[in-house]
Design a binder for this molecule. Structure first.
Ligand SMILES: [Zn+2]
Length: 532
């Protein structure tokens, strides 16, 4: 959807309009033209002068914020851009035609908007297809149809036919091993019902639970299980299962059994049944397939720098999603606030000294494949700062930052420009979730990710509930303001943000990168796929 140029340049347009009215009083005409000249002067200033300190950019930051606040010339655009993408294309799972349609869609709207260097970059991505899924209880509640979602990379049930088996509910891997040693896993469907206290830890629980989704199927398979079910990783539930990636330990048949998520409610019900001594029997049918890898495209647009176009500040989110819901929150919102930041600077006619680039990654949900490919292809470029949003474009609080102490000090000054929208936080907490920009950060490139009021994120994550109504237009505008101010100031400063620091974070980063590569290789050997 092309930007509404008239709306975004309304100050200019009003001035031209007023000037042409013969009947307009002289005072108003003079006022209008003075406004016009001031605006031109501000624009000219940005075409020619860089500044030494973020605090010198208070006026520019306020102009960006004003244009995105309610009634501002660029307000409400981000949410509607995301709605147009998700309404038109829907969800965008790796290897699907809809992901390709989404890439084409993004490139065409970016071209129409007049960005620079709009193009796609090929990435080979896995192609997993869910197929039909059905899980019916045969005992004790005969005929009860459970809601399930197969996990990404899971195989289907043998020859697409149902498995009928008794269920064993365990709370963690230690219990699984204990039952395994006792010979009680053989021939069963294992349900891993790990209950984290999401109410007190609505985001952090995800990390604590992720291994049960990621590794459980092969662990259960080794003890002779015929299928693996996992309690959904969800901070709240209204009977919706949440999918996600899993990884088999190897490509050997004995490590691979069908794996799916069940709802929190059903997991708890099955645990109660077992505790009561009731015999739980399920019939499970899954048509999932891992098909040959396919080509997809990272999508790229720039607002080229006026003096140092080869130096880059990168803004990003991932374009791919799971195949349920519409992927509005994860991560259409992250990509669109990056896009909106670029649109806002374009509407203000401000070009920074350095290039600001937006990238929409593909393959994130299958292990940051597009981000890794991009790093391998562009690592020789001078990338000054990588920014990503992949934890929900909710009301922003600031940024999680990783980098050296000198860069952190500059970023803190940039953050202080966002006091008007209460988003000044620049946290060096190591909590940034940034799968796709991680390779850059691992070699010492400063990186940041959005911190927002995302306590509800895991209520919708990877479920049918990831829809447009999860995000609010005003919140997305503020998040776009954080990205626009940060990207513009860092891209325009006299000095590039320093890479690494005197404590040798660059070196540490290289070691981390090598470790990451080894992990990816291990993942590839096991399943043909890498997993984050
Ligand atoms: Zn995501």
């Amino acid at each position: 959807m092309p930007l509404d140029r008239d709306k975004c340049t309304c100050m200019l347009d009003r001035c031209f309009c007023l000037r042409d009215r013969a009947a307009m009083p002289m005072m108003a005409a003079r006022h209008a033209c003075v406004s016009f000249l001031v605006l031109v002067a501000v624009i000219m200033a940005h075409q020619t002068t860089a500044k030494p300190s973020p605090s010198d950019y208070a006026t520019e930051a306020q102009s960006i914020i004003n244009s995105l606040l309610p009634g501002g010339s660029c307000a409400d655009q981000a949410w509607h851009k995301l709605a147009a993408l998700t309404d038109t294309v829907g969800n965008r799972v790796c290897g699907s035609p809809s992901l390709e349609r989404a890439s084409s869609y993004m490139l065409s709207v970016w071209q129409a908007e007049g960005f620079d260097n709009v193009h796609g970059e090929n990435v080979t991505v896995p192609h997993w297809q869910r197929g039909d899924e059905e899980c019916t209880m045969l005992s004790p509640r005969l005929g009860y149809r459970m809601q399930i979602l197969g996990l990404g990379t899971s195989i289907g049930t043998p020859e697409g036919r149902p498995i009928e088996a008794h269920v064993l509910v365990v709370r963690n891997f230690d219990e699984l091993a204990a039952f395994g040693k006792a010979g009680q896993v053989q021939g069963k469907i294992v349900l891993l019902n790990y209950a984290c206290d999401w109410s007190s830890n609505p985001v952090g629980c995800y990390g604590a639970c992720a291994k049960y989704r990621g590794e459980g199927a092969s662990r259960a398979a080794r003890w002779g299980a015929v299928a693996y079910l996992v309690r959904s990783l969800a901070s709240a539930s209204i009977g919706s299962p949440h999918t996600g990636m899993q990884r088999y330990a190897s490509s050997k048949a004995e490590d691979q059994i069908p794996a799916a998520a069940v709802t929190v409610e059903d997991a708890e019900a099955l645990a109660r049944m077992q505790a009561r001594g009731q015999d739980v029997v399920l019939r499970l049918s899954m048509g999932a397939q891992n098909l040959p890898a396919r080509q997809a495209r990272n999508v790229v647009a720039e607002w080229r720098g006026r003096e140092l176009p080869d130096e880059v500040v990168l803004l990003s989110g991932h374009l791919d999603s799971w195949d349920v819901g519409v992927g509005a929150m994860d991560d259409g919102g992250g990509l669109v606030i990056s896009w909106q930041a670029l649109s806002t600077l374009r509407a203000l006619h401000w070009r920074a000294r350095r290039t600001i680039r937006v990238v929409g990654w593909v393959g994130e949900e299958f292990g940051g494949i597009g981000g890794r490919q991009y790093f391998d292809d562009h690592r020789e470029e001078k990338v000054v700062l990588v920014i990503e949003s992949d934890m929900g474009a909710f009301r922003p609080r600031g940024l999680s930052f990783s980098g050296g102490v000198d860069a952190a000090s500059v970023m803190a000054d940039v953050g202080s420009l966002l006091g008007g929208i209460n988003a000044t936080l620049v946290a060096r907490d190591g909590k940034g979730y940034e799968t796709d920009t991680q390779p850059w950060k691992a070699v010492g490139v400063p990186g940041a990710s959005l911190i927002s009021e995302n306590e509800r994120y895991f209520a919708y994550h990877h479920s049918h509930g990831d829809q447009m109504n999860v995000l609010q237009p005003g919140d997305m505008d503020l998040a776009a303001a954080v990205f626009a101010v940060t990207a513009f100031v860092v891209a325009d400063l006299d000095e590039a943000l320093p890479k690494g620091d005197e404590r040798g974070e660059g070196e540490k980063g290289k070691m981390k990168e090598e470790k990451e590569r080894q992990r990816m290789r291990k993942g590839n050997a096991g399943s043909g796929l890498a997993v984050s």
